[in-house]
Design a binder for this molecule. Sequence first.
Ligand code: HEM
Length: 513
Amino acid sequence: MSKQFTLEEVAKHNQPGDLWVVIDSVVYDLSRFADLHPGGPNVLFVDAVAGQDATQVFFGLHRLEVLQRPQYKRLAIGTVHGQKSLLQPPPPGHISRVPYAEATWLVPGYSSPYYSANHRKFQAAVRTFFEEVVRPAAIESEDNGKKIPQDVVDKMAEVNLIAMRLGPGKHLHGRKLMNGLVEPEEFDYFHELIINTELARFGGRGFVDGILAGAVIGLPPVLNFGSPELKARVVPEVFGGKKYLALAITEAFAGSDVGGIQTTAVRDGDFWVVTGTKKWITNGHFADYFTTICKTESGFTVVLVERDDTVSTKAIKTSYSSTAGTAYVIFNKTRVPVSNTLGEVGNGMKVILSNFNHERWMVTCTALAAQRVVVEECMKWSSQRIVFGKPLNSQPVIRAKLAKMIGLVEAGQSWLESITHNMCNMSYAEMSDKLAGPIALMKQFVSRGGQEIGNDATQVFGGRALTVSGMGKVIENYHRTSAFDAILAGAEDVMADLGVRQAMKRMPQTARL
Ligand code: HEM
């Protein structure tokens, strides 16, 4: 591509069979491609395009990534003499310079009391890892609905990313985290927040769950309530990416009202016999283990069910990608060793509830990261889209929408960081006591805001936000799937109610106006 042309030379190639255009200083020969062009050949032969610098019109219709696809890269034949490319894709690990595209602590010139030098190094390494190793798989899996590829899982396991996703704790001790970048004892909830943020930046909500969210929510009961033998066997398999695990609570009969579940576990000697169904089980379609709550003679009991011929899973078609492995699970008299019991018999609710705060906090982290990407997309689109002869962002109504989106994301981020700071400084018991309400309220605030952001972003992008590919594909995906954040880990309205009821419990008896 060392050949250089003048604009005058390019201009001579302006008809069917001999068609050149300039995009961002690069000269493309579209002579043979014109008939194959997904937008049709005719649009390429208009005077403002054929033989001309079509940069502005091109970016009104295509994402930068189109030019990076190998089949289109080949169309480049040289550059325009004296011009330089201004629109290269950013290198992996890059911090966006688009205002509000990054949390403030990452923006040069701003400071934050929450993040140490180690968090900063960690963020840079995790972003680079996710962009280099995970992004291509994320985009492909979101599209084709297949499970996250095993080689990506293996690479995540190598740097202990699966283990780190469960947050700080003893399970990290003795492990080399991110090639030794952070000491296991040093790893805190801000490190985990960083991981959650980075993995949700690819514009695919199904993949956010497909990237082993099942283990993040289903393994803690094993870690905290399983026998030493069970842990010694299962935990290394899951952290090593060799086996998959899902949390099986909800049923067609019971969602937020967990008490209504109908799956039973009946004792038969050294076994539980588990019978029943579970619905909406994230990663369930490919899981080897199911952390399952069952009705037992006395109350509820949680057991770790291992997949065998008596366990069948059916993929449920949801409005997000089936890469999440969402499943309907059927246990048909499945025999589970009593040694797989997690926690006390009859006290299963405690085991399940112990997990909810962390799960809700995690959903908030990933939801906010996705919303920030939506803000970035809208900021870019509204400045590059020319409408009525002016950039879209010259319209006050568009700026008002941007203001609302930015406000929601920044408010959510500040709340999240404040809660995360408290998580770092509280014992587990204090967290359960003091943070269940705030985390529930924060989650409902962020998920509700997310749905508003999805609606506003759709208006900003117009029809482009309604197609799964092309300019508005990130917005389409977010808008279609934002309700997942409002349902998973606790329905939005239930969260709001829980948060306020917790606050009411703390009202001083003597409080009067
Ligand atoms: C290197 C040159 C080009 C390549 C490789 C290319 C490729 C593509 C591709 C892959 C699409 C499908 C949509 C997408 O994936 O974003 C598309 C759509 C389209 N292209 Fe191009 N294109 C080129 C140049 C142009 C130019 C110069 C124009 C100027 C008018 C143009 C007009 C369109 C239109 C109108 C569509 C349909 C957009 C839509 O459905 O919203 N293309 N092009």
